[in-house]
Design a protein around this ligand. Structure first.
Ligand code: NAD
Length: 355
């Protein structure tokens, strides 16, 4: 963490390598769509050698289990040669899956690439909602997630971690965003009344950072009431920027995405110094695959992540074109993910026509 590198100046880079990773389950379906769209949108930059879309294979649950590595070493080496990643969802075996206890690939990638901030926008214009969530991405309950201890058959303990650098750099990124976007309100979300050490530290470090931004209204909330606030139409449009520890951020952002139209509709960015990784916020949807309806997966979420990626590297015009096409697709198409409505191929054709 102490050796973390600054964000590169992409305008000065001769070539930007975007690694694309399929992942598991519906991952290949949505990633094929996204690659096709980006191939058209960035055709000039690709032809000029400014951008390379590089497909990286091997980040599949089968390969990870065969190697018994969360992210196989040769895959990680390929990933580290890229500047950015656009990643499909990867399966993490859970209890009852009858698979080896292998850690989440995302947790490993976030740690290996030092992707400390998970940024998730949620916009619902008809309700005047314009939220952006800054979720801590490498610590909390996830830092030692697969290293809990069964004390005996009746007692199990997991661990939760908060560090000064981890929290401070996340809070700084959130306040900078708030300042650069019209001094939006910042709300810190914890359970510091119960988790006094870790959440208590997180809360007080966020307020330390807030002192450098006196023009921004900062408040704090417990995660349980914030879960209620988000569905309270009397007050939910008052919130703008949220700062959350890892686990609460995971849960609250899925709730927020559902309000926007479902987890298939939201993208997310994992921002670090040297690297950044962009992905859908949903998982690999194994049930859709088991039911044979994987081709109905909505590529909107990964495509929204691609919009965030284009903005991150300063391709704002292309980002706007894609965003407009996605807004039109959201209006015109029906993709509930239950095997009815439009397919991923229909979505792709719709977007390709409009970019
Ligand atoms: P999930 O997000 O994969 O799917 C839940 C349900 O949401 C699906 O059954 C489907 O009805 C709907 N859905 C999800 N994505 C959709 C899309 N693009 N289009 C239409 N409908 C969609 O949640 P889960 O079943 O809890 O997780 C499955 C696996 O994914 C687990 O192994 C989990 O660990 C993993 N996961 C990975 C990531 C990631 O790689 N970033 C994130 C979350 C979960």
């Amino acid at each position: 963490m102490k050796r973390s590198q600054p964000v590169p100046d992409f305008s000065k880079k001769e070539k930007i390598i975007i690694g694309t990773i399929d992942g598991d389950g519906i991952g290949p379906v949505i990633m094929d769509s996204c690659r096709e769209v980006l191939g058209k949108l960035l055709a000039d930059e690709i032809a000029a050698g400014k951008i390379e879309l590089r497909k990286i294979n091997g980040l599949t649950i089968e390969n990870r289990i065969a190697k018994m590595e969360t992210v196989p070493a040769e895959v990680l080496a390929e990933i580290k040669e890229c500047d950015l990643l656009l990643k499909g969802p990867t399966t993490t075996p859970g209890k009852g899956d009858n698979l080896p206890n292998i850690e989440s690939a995302n947790v490993t990638l976030r740690r290996e690439l030092d992707l400390f901030a998970n940024v998730r926008p949620v916009v619902i214009p008809e309700k005047n909602i314009d939220w952006i969530f800054y979720r801590e991405n490498t610590e909390g309950e996830y830092a030692l997630g697969s290293r809990g201890v069964d004390i005996d058959e009746d007692i199990s303990i997991d661990f939760k971690v908060t560090t000064t650098i981890g929290t401070t750099r996340l809070a700084r990124a959130a306040f900078e965003y708030a300042k650069n976007n019209g001094n939006k309100n910042v709300s810190i979300v914890t359970k510091a009344n119960i988790m006094k050490k870790t959440d208590g530290k997180f809360l007080s470090l966020c307020y330390d950072v807030a002192k450098d931004y006196p023009e921004i209204k900062t408040d704090d909330w417990y995660v349980d009431i914030m879960a209620a606030n988000l569905v309270n139409d009397q007050i939910n449009s008052n919130f703008n920027v949220f700062i959350l520890p890892n686990l609460y951020g995971d849960i609250i952002t899925d709730e927020a995405a559902q309000l926007q139209g479902g987890v298939g509709t939201a993208g997310s960015a994992n921002i670090g110094g040297r690297y950044a990784m962009f992905e859908a916020i949903h998982g690999s949807a194994p049930r859709m695959m088991e039911e044979g309806i994987g081709h109905y997966a909505n590529p909107a979420s990964i495509s929204r992540a691609a919009v965030m990626m284009l903005r991150h590297i300063g391709f704002t015009q292309q980002a706007a074109v894609l965003e407009r096409a996605l807004d039109q697709a959201a209006e015109a198409l029906d993709m509930p993910g239950d095997g009815t409505g439009n397919t991923a191929a229909e979505f792709t054709a719709f977007v390709m026509e409009r970019i």
